[in-house]
Write a new protein. Structure first.
Length: 261
């Protein structure tokens, strides 16, 4: 039996994120809203509508520390609810079905940035998004296979875009890289010896997940995450224990672990 239930979304939930363990969490849905919840009381604290209230379906979210200067003149702050914990210094990046992404300040609950749709052949839906606050980077993945990486200090134009094929990007996450990361893989790129390198682990619908180097050399394939037999990989995450590990989940029902070093 579930310990808590949270009700409010009117369409399917697509993504969740923890803001403060045991206190606050976020959810996003195809109803075009991102909602902040109080865990102990199972109640909604605040709802944020995407696309200036047009409620474009939200397909993924990523949360982390940071702040952005709002575009234009923002409305007055709604104030902080006493049930909120650790929301004062957080940003939420949301991937939208119309091919754009949006950033919300979790303190003010206001939209502080929305991107322009990138030109592409056919319909481009943003399926995945990842935020790396310590690296000032945000990355998006689309259903036509395009990965775009942005500097959060200058979000208007991507730093780089790349694609392997037209298979949908189902999920992605940043992973720290150095010279010893995936060193045994044939054709692996050299990494930053000072440990300052960063890459992206990318889960794809064609069942061929991979790690791409982003900084300093990128973009370029750093490692193939071998395992699924052409079964779609739906989720990927990085777990930091003594050494970082990449975990994936695929349609074959298997969860796989890969050592970075």
């Amino acid at each position: 039996m579930p310990v808590r239930r949270f009700r409010g979304h009117t369409r399917g939930i697509t993504s969740t994120a923890i803001v403060s363990k045991g206190r606050n969490l976020l959810s996003a849905a195809r109803d075009g809203t991102v909602r902040l919840w109080d865990v102990p009381s199972e109640s909604q604290i605040r709802m944020m509508g995407s696309a200036n209230g047009n409620n474009v379906p939200v397909l993924a979210i990523s949360v982390g520390e940071g702040s952005l200067q709002a575009d234009g003149t923002a409305a007055d702050e709604a104030g902080t609810d006493p049930r909120e914990v650790d929301t004062e210094d957080k940003l939420v990046f949301a991937a939208l079905q119309d091919g754009t992404f949006e950033a919300f300040d979790l303190r003010t609950k206001l939209s502080v940035f929305r991107s322009q749709a990138q030109p592409a052949r056919g319909k481009s839906v943003l399926q995945a998004i990842a935020y790396a606050p310590t690296a000032d980077l945000v990355a998006t993945g689309s259903t036509n296979g395009i990965v775009a990486v942005y500097d959060t200090r200058a979000l208007a134009t991507p730093l780089t875009t790349f694609k392997r094929n037209t298979a949908s990007v189902e999920d992605l996450t940043f992973v720290p890289l150095d010279a010893s990361s995936f060193a045994t893989d044939a054709g692996a790129l050299g990494g930053a010896r000072d440990g300052s390198g960063i890459g992206l682990a990318v889960a794809t619908e064609d069942g061929l997940p991979y790690v791409a180097g982003v900084r300093p050399e990128g973009p370029g394939v750093r490692a193939e995450l071998v395992g699924p037999d052409c079964e779609a990989v739906r989720a990927v995450c990085v777990v930091q224990t003594q050494e970082p590990e990449v975990w994936t989940a695929a349609d074959d029902g298997a969860v796989r672990r890969y050592r970075v070093r």
